[in-house]
Design a protein around this ligand. Sequence first.
Ligand code: GLN
Length: 498
Amino acid sequence: MPNIDQLSARAIADGVRNGVWSATEVAQAQLDATVARDQGVNAFLEITYDLALKTAAETDRLRAAGAKLGPLAGVPVAFKDNLNMVGSHTTCGSRMLQYFDSPYTATCVQRLIDAGATPLGKTNMDEFAFGSSTESSHFGPTHNPWETNHVPGGSSGGSAAAVAAGEATVALGSDTGGSIRQPASFCGVVGLKPTYGAVSRYGVVAFGSSLDQVGPMARSVEDVALVMNALTGAGKDPRDTTSQDVPVDFLEHLEDPIEGRRVGVVPAMMEAEGLSPEMRHAMYEARCALEDQGAELVEVDLPSLAAAISAYYVIGPCEAFSNLARFDGVRYGYQEPGCATLAEQTSLSRAHGFGAEAKRRQLLGAYLLASGVYDEYYMPALEARTLITEDYRAAFEQCDVLLMPVVPRTAFWHGEMSNPTDMYLSDLFTISSNIAGNGSISVPLGLGRDTKMPISAQLQAAPFRDRTLLTFARALERARGTAGWVAPAFGGREGRLS
Ligand code: GLN
């Protein structure tokens, strides 16, 4: 069979269904590549070798028995380590959950397995998904496959790096404030944050319950569409009350022309402080690529967007404080040995189980929710949320999608962002769609002309218009020739210079 990293999910599944190769052959080829490549990347926290081979063997047995195989038959998939999967740990990149066995399987994981996917294992992440670099994992940082002294982004950095290095065909991540799109852009892969409610979160370790959403990462828009079909095809999940029916085929309008359709651009964003010149240039090229295909550009305004970071870093920590209260050193996770009292046990288990950023977020949340403080921060943050959502609503009356950067600049060096506030400020363009709940996607454009690192554009659409996002993302991908990108050090071809 061809080199595993040269195959799309669709090609793998077609090959398995038609008997060109077996799911076991695919799994073995992928596992060999994954084990070898991951030494330099550290994208995986756990490779579920036996589970992968057992699942693949079952797929082959079903085929031999004449069963109809699913759309992801034999496709090697990796899962962020905040998604429960029986037969694996779910550590959330934390000492707190280092030895935590998944007690059940998350719906998103199960649906991919039901569609025939082969589960390769669990990927590295910032501790409890707090961060933008995957440096805060208790199990060491992940390296960017394009340049290993750079970060892969975060918090789903392991998932993005795994896909970019050809260590998995597709991966799932979670996005509370950019954690799918930002690492996807740093690693040159496609990453979709679906609309809030489109994908079940049953079995996902919660960070910010009003913001969290699970979504796919892949080396092409088409593969993202294929995974979305598997995630949503069975309808809403009765085990997650926020989950909704998404009765669309994401593959259906992928190649539609975008001629005459409207793309919104926000002039103020191009003036944003910290936006690198190469990023500005790449955004200009993205505009041209859409215009060349007949799209009409319209200028729109999102006046309340300036409040998004402040609102997010209030709402996020408040919800995180509440969600992470369950890690009490009694029922879950790390338990400090030899304590005389329950209070001591809880306090020391939390003190030694959580890393610095996880503590910072929870302390911040505890403070912001205190009486007297609450009215001053939490309520205004909710008001800002309403205004931002209203801005989006007005903007999407004028355009089908918004085009904007994912991040102000390409991947940074390990250790470069030592000040947490600098890291927070880099979330400028991603968090507003978590606040408003609409879908957004990161799609590779090429390499930055100065840094020679992957550079991406972000598209956003109105809630439950995620399929429209994929149509425009495909138009960009087509123009830029980025489908199927694998980082060069891992056998891929050089990306096209922007
Ligand atoms: N960088 C953001 C944060 O640290 C996003 C995290 C996420 O989406 N999980 O909160």
